[in-house]
Design a protein around this ligand. Structure first.
Ligand SMILES: Cc1ncc(COP(=O)(O)O)c(C=O)c1O
Length: 387
C-alpha cells in the first residue's frame, strides 16, 4: 500500500510515544508515576456532569449540531470575554465552537497557510502548531523561547525576509511547556509586528484560568489593535477537568475565523449540541470549582518545588499552568534525563526537546498527581540519581 508523502514530514506524536512507554512499563510490573501528560487526574465536577446528563436526555440535542454553535454557547462565550477580560465580541460572527482547542489549532493552518508560506512557531511549543503547519505544506520557522527573555520570543530576531513570508504566528501565554506568562508590553509588540508584516496571530489561551498567587492571565484580544490581527482559542479541558469532552471555542477577528469555519463545515459536523449547551452552562458559572482546583495545583506546585529543591533540582515558581519547567542536572540531556528517570525511578516526565530543540536542558513535570505521589516521585528520582 502507498500512503501520502505529507505523512513523511510528521513525527510520531510525543504523547502517543509516552503513552506507549507507560503501558510497556506497567505491563512489566512497574508502578509508574506519570507526571508526563497535562491531563488533570481529578474528575469533571458533579454539577457539570449532572447538567450534561440533563442535556443528553433532551431530544432537541440529538440531531446534527450547528457548526456555528447554538446561540447560548456564543452568548456565554461573549459574556465570559466581556466579564473576564473586558473584550467585546459578536457572538454570531466572532465566535464558534471547537472540538477541543487542538482541533482549531490544527485546522487554522489549513485555512491560512499555503505551500511555501511561513508559520512562526514558538520553540519549545505545543507540538500541533508545527505539525499542522507542516501538513499544510508550510515552512515552519521557530522562535526560540529562552530563559533570558522570560520565555517570550524575540521578535526583533525574526529575519525580516522570513517575517514578510509569514502568514501565521502561534503564541500561548500562560505557556506550555515553560509555564511562563506574558511580561510588560509583549502583546503590544506582537500586534505591531503582525500589522507590519500582515500576519495572523493565533493566541492559544488554554491555560488562562489555571493561575496562582493572585495572578490574572490576560486575553491577547484585550491588547489594543489585537482584534485586527488575531484570534484566540479557549478550552474547557484544563480548568474544568474536561479533557475528554473535547470542548473549546475560538473568538476574534472574523476575517481569520471565516475561512476556518468554512473549512470546518466541510470537514466536521460540529460539536454535540448537548456539549455546547453544557459548555454555555459552565461558562456562565459558578467558577468556584476552578478556584478550588487552582488551590489544589498551587499546593502540589509547592510540594514539588520544595522536594526538587531539596535534591538540588531547583526550578522557578510558575504563576500559572499545571507544569514545572525543570532544568536537568549536569551530565544529562533532556532525553537522557527523562529516560533515566523512567527506567530507574518509574517516573514519567516529558523531555523538553519533545517541544522543540530549544527545550534542550529541561524536562516538564505536570502537577497531575496527588501530593503523596509527587513526593514519592521526587524521592524515587533522588534515589535514581545516586545510581
Ligand atoms: C498549549 C495547549 N494548547 C491547547 C491544548 C489542547 O487542549 P484541548 O483539550 O482544548 O484540545 C493543550 C493540551 O494539552 C495545550 O497544552
Amino acid at each position: 500500500m502507498r500512503f501520502s508523502r505529507r505523512m513523511d514530514a510528521l513525527p510520531p506524536y510525543l504523547f502517543a510515544e509516552i503513552e506507549r512507554k507507560i503501558i510497556e512499563k506497567r505491563k512489566s510490573g512497574v508502578d509508574v508515576i506519570s507526571l508526563g501528560i497535562g491531563d488533570p487526574d481529578l474528575p469533571t465536577p458533579a454539577y457539570i456532569v449532572e447538567e450534561m446528563q440533563r442535556q443528553v436526555a433532551d431530544p432537541r440535542n440529538h440531531q446534527y449540531p450547528s457548526n456555528a454553535g447554538v446561540p447560548e454557547f456564543g452568548e456565554a462565550a461573549a459574556a465570559y470575554m466581556a466579564r473576564r477580560f473586558g473584550v467585546n465580541i459578536d457572538s454570531k460572527n466572532e465566535f464558534f465552537p471547537l472540538l477541543g482547542s487542538k482541533e482549531g489549532l490544527a485546522h487554522i493552518c489549513w485555512s491560512t497557510l499555503d505551500a511555501g508560506d511561513v508559520a512562526l512557531v514558538p520553540d519549545p511549543g505545543y507540538p500541533v502548531y508545527s505539525a499542522a503547519s507542516l501538513l499544510a505544506g508550510a515552512e515552519v520557522v521557530t522562535m526560540p523561547l529562552l530563559a533570558e527573555n522570560h520565555f517570550l520570543p524575540d521578535l526583533d530576531a525574526v529575519d525580516p525576509d522570513v517575517a514578510a513570508r509569514a502568514k501565521l504566528m502561534f503564541l500561548s501565554y500562560p505557556n506550555n511547556p515553560t509555564a511562563a506568562v506574558t511580561v510588560g508590553d509583549f502583546f503590544e509588540r506582537v500586534v505591531a509586528f503582525a500589522k507590519r508584516y500582515d500576519i495572523a496571530v493565533v493566541h492559544d489561551n488554554a491555560y488562562c484560568e489555571l493561575v496562582f498567587d493572585g495572578y490574572e492571565a490576560p486575553s491577547f484580544l484585550a491588547t489594543p489593535g489585537a482584534m485586527d490581527v488575531g484570534v484566540e482559542f479557549f478550552s474547557l479541558s484544563k480548568p474544568f477537568n474536561m479533557t475528554g469532552w473535547r470542548a473549546g471555542f475560538g473568538v476574534g477577528n472574523r476575517e481569520i475565523l471565516e475561512p476556518l469555519w468554512r473549512l470546518k463545515t466541510n470537514l466536521d459536523s460540529g460539536m454535540f449540541t448537548a456539549i455546547q449547551r453544557t459548555a454555555a452552562f459552565v461558562l456562565n458559572g459558578p467558577w468556584d470549582f476552578v478556584h478550588e482546583m487552582n488551590a489544589v495545583y498551587a499546593g502540589r506546585r509547592d510540594v514539588l518545588l520544595e522536594a526538587l529543591t531539596n535534591i538540588g533540582l531547583a526550578a522557578p515558581t510558575p504563576k500559572a499552568t499545571i507544569y514545572i519547567w525543570v532544568p536537568v542536572p549536569e551530565g544529562y540531556t533532556s532525553t537522557s534525563f527523562a529516560g533515566h528517570v523512567l527506567d530507574q525511578a518509574g517516573v514519567v516526565v516529558t523531555p523538553g526537546t519533545g517541544y522543540g530543540a530549544a527545550g534542550e536542558g529541561f524536562v516538564r513535570i505536570s502537577l497531575t498527581a496527588p501530593d503523596a505521589r509527587i513526593r514519592e516521585a521526587v524521592d524515587r528520582i533522588e534515589r535514581s540519581l545516586r545510581i
